[in-house]
Write a protein that binds this ligand. Sequence first.
Ligand SMILES: CC(C)(COP(=O)(O)OP(=O)(O)OC[C@H]1O[C@@H](n2cnc3c(N)ncnc32)[C@H](O)[C@@H]1OP(=O)(O)O)[C@@H](O)C(=O)NCCC(=O)NCCSC(=O)C[C@H](O)C(=O)O
Ligand code: MG
Length: 291
Amino acid sequence: MATNPRRSILYMPGSNSRALEKARSLDADVLILDLEDAVAPSQKVYAREQVLAAVNAGGYGRRELVVRVNGFDTAWGRKDIEAFANAPISALCLPKVESAAEIHAVVQVLKQAGASPSLKLWAMAETPRGILAVSEIAGSHPLMDGIVLGTSDLAKDLRVPHTPQRLGMLTSLGMCVLAARAYGIDVFDGVHLNLDDEEGLRLACEQGVEMGFDGKTLIHPKQIAVTNQAFSPAEDTLIRAQKIRVAWQEAEADGKGVVLLDGRLVEALHVEEAVRVLAIAEQIATRDAQN
Ligand SMILES: CC(C)(COP(=O)(O)OP(=O)(O)OC[C@H]1O[C@@H](n2cnc3c(N)ncnc32)[C@H](O)[C@@H]1OP(=O)(O)O)[C@@H](O)C(=O)NCCC(=O)NCCSC(=O)C[C@H](O)C(=O)O
Ligand SMILES: [Mg+2]
């Protein structure tokens, strides 16, 4: 599991030089520099070169960099992977993954390219087959570090409408969270397509938090602030976590294995969760103090 906050994950087309520049000053935790669906076929090679130049030039500070490559079965996929095997990024994001075998094939290419051992893999879950195989994909290899929902492709394939409640997608969303938790990796919710619907985005973020997602993928800078807030621990959660930590230290000193706090039972499992929440808050504070 990653230790850095990954609340807001902003996509940008690799062919859009203005967006690549702008991203150096945006408050997103993660940037996905996209070579896949946001880039027209005629721009694929240009986008690859431009993204490589941008990440090598640096200036992204605390922001984690991820490159979404084209599918392995396309004319560009393999070359994309080879181009970024040793680039200063944290992960490759693989679109429309449907099996563990696809992950192993990418790992082979990375080995042949002498890839940096720190380069991780994120797999997009965005087809019915990908959702049904998400558990084997999440656990397919130690390089696996994240599952990213592709709810636009998924809605199309499932033939479900985009509604505020996302009823048609709840099963898929839940399966991805389960798979990620089973294998100790992160999981990110899909994009909110209506850029003018801040209230709808906030509700979608709250639903994502409630379902167990670590963060949400975004398509525009104006979606970042709402998302960062929604995926940060709430003030009352932090106060309770601090109280749990103190109460537990006192209980341990008294040789007790359980304690009552404000009338509610606290056991070791609650302490574990409190420590996790406090660590996330600390990471967010550290991140906010950086450029
Ligand atoms: C949707 C957009 C095309 C809108 O772009 P634009 O018209 O330029 O918007 P604005 O004028 O409001 O932009 C204001 C400034 O912000 C910069 N900007 C805009 N979007 C981004 C971005 N994503 N990253 C960084 N910077 C961005 C503009 O350059 C303006 O800057 P300035 O000149 O200084 O004022 C555009 O937002 C866009 O292209 N968004 C990303 C689309 C994308 O990447 N789509 C693919 C990923 S989503 C997907 O595939 C999901 C998945 O696979 C699935 O199946 O669900
Ligand atoms: Mg997609």
